[in-house]
Design a protein around this ligand. Structure first.
Ligand SMILES: *Cc1c(COP(=O)(O)O)cnc(C)c1O
Length: 402
């Protein structure tokens, strides 16, 4: 019977994945899904009964646990309670959602903004609601999985260009029939490599070829630009992105995703994006926390500066020891290890000495380019970063990475 064969294939897939995880666990080389028991201020956490320096968090500006943000979330619970019991279009919209969207629009220098319940859902659903069969979407090869999935789901022709290679992008655009609708989409800062997209050239090419430009700012909000407003501020090109996407789960210590842009675009998305129409609204506490966080970024500009100094200390320190950190210029710092096994062993050495970093292996990155991915935040002190550098250096020597 065919359906038995089909379900066997499913079972085999499940068993193969579990076997890989089990083997790593037995070898003491499995580091994923470890629960944090306690946040201990700044950049320290309690994991498995040990206090560790956190070097795997996306809380780039150290806003997690900020008193103003916590207070805003608590006040929202007292006012609106804990859930929304509905989608935004029907009974789910609260005043706090409107306020959050106005705050995001102002922060991103846009006419309007719309929020969704996750960044993943935002990319998936927004790309799929803007494009369809006969259209073209052109995506950087290293774009985040949520973008890739959105491109696939849209049904548009899906073209990829070589990572951060603007000649390759232009060649792709030249392939497209003149009359076809086209969207170019990329991460501002790449989530595995930490490098920044060649934005000025990309904008120029998109304008020349009449393509809409969508940029995912998951790792650039709070990170790039004098006041942390992101890639447009970094390059001094304020209104260059048509579709400004970001998450509320990284620098912003909440959950959710957003799009900022023209009023007519946002209004269209409110009436056509399935993740908005068919999935419940953000809980009030999370919306209030996100709104407060955008305010804190502007009120405490030292955080953006400190993040920049900390990132430089970490990157330069690793380079001086001979590590390959690819082209990172940001708080995401790949420490190249090579084979998966080497990245796992480096992780074990670091965690044994209470530096919490995590490995990224294939298929998340190409085979042979497995790495530790260290992140620094504004909550780290220079001594903590130096300690992490010392631990990673000793591990690298012991294992033969450097
Ligand atoms: C994390 C991330 C997302 C998804 O955001 P969530 O809010 O966690 O769902 C989307 N794009 C990029 C580049 C990311 O790094």
């Amino acid at each position: 019977m065919d359906y038995i064969k089909a379900s066997d294939a499913i079972l085999q897939r499940i068993q193969a994945m579990n076997k890989r995880a089990d083997e790593l666990q037995k070898a003491g080389l499995y580091f994923y899904n470890q629960p944090v028991t306690e946040l201990r201020g700044g950049a320290r956490v309690l994991i498995n009964g040990r206090e560790m320096g956190m070097f795997a968090s996306y809380s780039y500006l150290g806003l997690i646990g900020h008193p103003k943000i916590n207070a805003a979330a608590k006040a929202a619970i007292d006012r609106y309670s804990t859930g929304t019991h509905g989608v935004r279009t029907l009974a789910g919209t609260l005043t706090i959602h409107r306020e959050l969207e106005e705050t995001i629009a102002a922060f991103k220098h846009a006419e309007a903004a719309i929020t969704f319940s996750s960044g993943y859902a935002t990319n998936l659903s927004v790309i799929a609601s803007l494009l369809g069969r006969g259209d073209y979407v052109i995506s950087d090869k290293l774009n985040h999985a949520s973008i890739v999935d959105g491109c696939l789901m849209s049904g548009a022709k899906f073209l990829r260009f070589r990572h951060n290679d603007m000649e390759s992008l232009e060649a792709r655009l030249e392939q497209i029939p003149d009359s076809a609708a086209r969207l170019v989409v990329a991460d501002a800062v790449f989530s595995m490599d930490g490098d920044i997209i060649d934005f000025p050239r990309m904008v120029e090419i998109c304008r020349k070829h009449h393509a809409w430009l969508m940029i995912d700012e998951a790792h650039s909000v709070g990170v790039l630009g004098q006041t942390g407003r992101g890639i447009e501020e970094h390059f001094g090109m304020l209104d260059a992105i048509d579709i400004k996407m970001g998450t509320l789960s990284k620098t912003i210590p909440s959950v959710g995703g957003y799009i900022a842009g023209r009023k007519d675009l946002i209004n269209y998305l409110r009436h056509s994006t399935r993740a908005y129409i068919f999935s419940a609204a953000l809980p009030p506490a999370q919306a209030a926390a996100a709104k407060a966080a955008f305010e804190v970024i502007l009120e405490e500009p030292w955080r953006v500066e400190k993040l920049r100094a900390n990132s430089q200390q970490f990157i330069q320190g690793l380079k001086q020891q001979g590590f390959d950190t690819l082209y990172t210029e940001t708080a995401i710092v790949p420490v190249l290890c090579g084979e998966d096994e080497v990245a796992y062993r480096m992780t074990r050495e670091a965690q044994l000495r209470d530096v919490f970093v995590l490995p990224v292996v294939s298929p998340a990155v190409p085979p042979g380019l497995s790495r530790l991915r260290g992140t620094v935040t504004a909550a780290h002190e220079p001594e903590e970063i130096q300690h992490a550098l010392d631990v990673i250096t000793e591990a690298g020597r012991k294992i033969g990475v450097i």
